[in-house]
Write a protein that binds this ligand. Structure first.
Ligand code: MN
Length: 287
């Protein structure tokens, strides 16, 4: 296998959001996006006593993309302006299509509030192409048990296939453009060759541990590796027990106009989104 070389290495920036530290490896000054991936927020792990919410993200709108939550541990209750309510537990994934607009809140679940515990997750913003930006909002609440697992190197590497096709298996998430999303858990010494279609952009975000790339340099937690689109894939060898999120996708290749929670193609469309939100066209959220 010809390995993909690295285009950029980015260290996650730490942002304080309430009682939680959010680590942001994307975007950075060097890497604005890895088309179609716009933003990656790694929140936690934050351990709290009963009664306190390490998330507590109040009502806010979105338009023009898909916010995806990979919950590693804890519990999140999601509520929105269309009357939907959803619950995520550790291992679950919520693949949300904001599309034409939604107002929602993201808070600790009742269960988590009662017992306390450790909250950790990743929120990923996946862009939508122009023709789907105004799609009807939609949720895919994917339970941990629905996610197929692929074992490599005698089980020392476990890949959970959330989206896309891999080794004859299919991930449960439906996406508007071709995407591969794999949650990787590697035990010390575990080795895996990850195959990526050549026309896909690709990145790996290391949550924790230490991982050697292409039998060359090693990288530790809170690092994002963004690859050049040359070669059939890349190899990972765990130097310590590690966790990583592998993301690849067909680039959309359209102009990106972003302001806060809206991701459109032009500034005019951003203005329209702000106006539609003000006019209540994204619905009304009652907490
Ligand atoms: Mn949100």
């Amino acid at each position: 296998m010809k390995n993909r070389p690295v285009a950029h290495i980015t260290q996650a920036e730490h942002l304080n959001m309430g009682s939680t530290v959010v680590k942001q490896p994307l975007p950075t000054v060097k890497v604005e996006q890895v088309d179609p991936f716009l933003l990656l927020h790694h929140f936690g792990p934050t351990t709290t006593a009963p009664g306190s919410d390490p998330l507590d993200v109040g009502p806010h709108p979105h338009r023009g993309f898909e916010p995806v939550t990979f919950l590693y541990s804890g519990g999140i209750r999601h509520k929105d302006s269309r009357g939907n309510e959803g619950l995520l537990r550790g291992g679950d994934v919520q693949w949300m299509t904001a599309g034409l607009g939604i107002i929602h809140s993201e808070r600790a679940s009742r269960e988590f509030l009662e017992a306390g515990g450790t909250m950790e997750g990743i929120q990923l913003w996946v862009n939508l192409p122009r023709k789907h930006k105004m799609a009807q909002p939609n949720y895919q609440d994917i339970k941990a048990a629905q996610i197929p697992e692929i074992l490599e190197d005698n089980g020392k590497v476990r890949l959970r296939l959330v989206a896309g096709q891999y080794q004859g298996k299919k991930g449960p998430a439906r996406t508007f453009t071709p995407i591969l999303a794999l949650q990787a858990e590697l035990n010390t010494g575990g080795y895996v060759e990850v195959q990526i279609p050549e026309h896909f952009n690709a990145l790996v975000y290391i949550l924790r541990g230490e991982v050697q790339l292409n039998e060359n340099f090693s990288y530790s937690g809170e690092t994002m590796l963004h690859f050049k689109n040359e070669g059939a894939g890349f190899s990972l060898r765990a130097k310590a027990d590690s966790q990583a999120l592998i993301l690849a996708g067909e680039p959309i290749g359209e102009p990106v106009a972003q302001w806060g929670p809206y991701v459109m193609n032009t500034q005019t469309e951003i203005m329209e989104a702000m106006r539609d939100y003000q006019m209540g066209k994204m619905g009304v959220y009652i907490d």
